[in-house]
Design a protein around this ligand. Structure first.
Ligand code: AMP
Ligand code: MN
Ligand code: MN
Ligand code: MN
Length: 301
């Protein structure tokens, strides 16, 4: 029989996932996700277990401006026989834009890191008070206390205000809360408090970590502005770009790979998972980097 007579099924990344074949072929890295120590829903333990069930082998927990969940996540990862990378997602400012910088493999004992977290925590607390006041002025009663309750033991983030507004019937969804009150340019968008991204990259470097420009496509800027941002990021000592962030178009991924190579940076990937139920951000699902880039883990041993 000639080889031509054999018709092979088309193999796609999606079909590799559904058949479970993917895990036999490549290590799945997810280097960006959140627990209930910031604006995620799952406890650090539940998050790690879910990652395991999604075949993730190397997971970085990167809560907003806190490392509080890392010790618990590390214990769970040891039980699950997974590798946990200590991480954080710092809030920063580039010009008048809020930009997120993920720190990977950070030294949790670094005094620069400890001071940074302390400073970010104070900024978050002050910002929450301002957001609360601005929302009160818009007629939303008890916003600060409501958000604090939503945050529980975690740091207060804008989604906690959003959840409170949904719960109290001020808006019908989280999306609507951002659209009307918390998103870019709205009353609750108080971002002038954050440190410059040069400062944040410096903190991550001081903590021997790798600074990664998070979810570049989320900033919704022109390609020229994005390149200017990457240029400034590189000049400030940044190390890597999140070439894959959650579910994004192949065209975006390819373009980010090009930009990453142009600036001679490394490439990272992460789901930015916050809660179950969103196919866009499922743990480990969007983990395939283009072959043209150098993965951030190339020298992790
Ligand atoms: P914060 O760090 O307090 O400024 O909160 C930012 C977080 O809000 C992001 O990490 C997202 O999880 C969430 N977020 C931002 N924009 C939206 C949106 N339009 N809809 C839902 N969540 C959002
Ligand atoms: Mn978030
Ligand atoms: Mn982010
Ligand atoms: Mn994130």
């Amino acid at each position: 029989m000639s080889l031509r007579a054999i018709s092979l099924p088309t193999i796609t990344t999606a079909s590799l996932h559904t058949t479970g074949l993917y895990r036999f072929m490549t290590v799945i890295y997810d280097l960006h996700c959140h627990s209930d120590q910031s604006d995620g829903i799952l406890s650090p333990e539940a998050l790690v277990s879910r990652a395991k069930s999604q075949n993730v082998e190397v997971l970085a927990l990167t809560d907003h401006d806190t490392t509080n969940g890392l010790a618990r996540a590390a214990r769970q990862a040891e039980q699950e026989n997974m590798r946990l990378i200590p991480g954080i997602e710092f809030s920063s400012q580039w010009g008048n834009m809020g930009v997120h910088i993920v720190g990977l493999n950070i030294d949790l004992k670094s005094s620069a890191l400890l001071e940074a977290i302390d400073s970010q925590e104070k900024i978050r607390d002050e910002r929450a008070i301002q957001i609360g006041q601005r929302l009160e002025a818009k007629g939303i009663k008890g916003a600060l206390q409501g958000a604090k309750k939503q945050a529980g033991e975690g740091v207060i983030c804008r989604p906690h205000f959003a959840h409170y507004m949904v719960e109290q019937g001020y808006v019908s969804s989280i999306e609507q809360a951002f659209k009307k009150y918390l998103g870019n340019g709205k009353a609750g968008d108080v971002k002038q408090f954050w440190p410059t991204f040069e400062q944040v990259i410096h903190w991550v470097s001081e903590a021997s970590g790798c600074a990664v420009l998070a979810h570049p496509m989320k900033y919704k800027v022109t390609r020229t502005k994005l390149c200017a941002m990457v240029d400034a990021f590189k000049a400030a000592g940044g190390h890597a770009i999140e070439v894959v962030s959650g579910k994004q178009s192949q065209a975006h991924t390819n373009d980010l790979a090009k930009i990453t190579n142009k600036y001679e940076l490394l490439a990272s990937c992460g789901s930015d998972f916050h809660r179950p139920g969103s196919e866009w951000q499922e743990l480990g699902r969007h983990s395939q980097l283009p072959e043209t880039v150098t993965p951030v883990w190339h020298d992790w041993g």
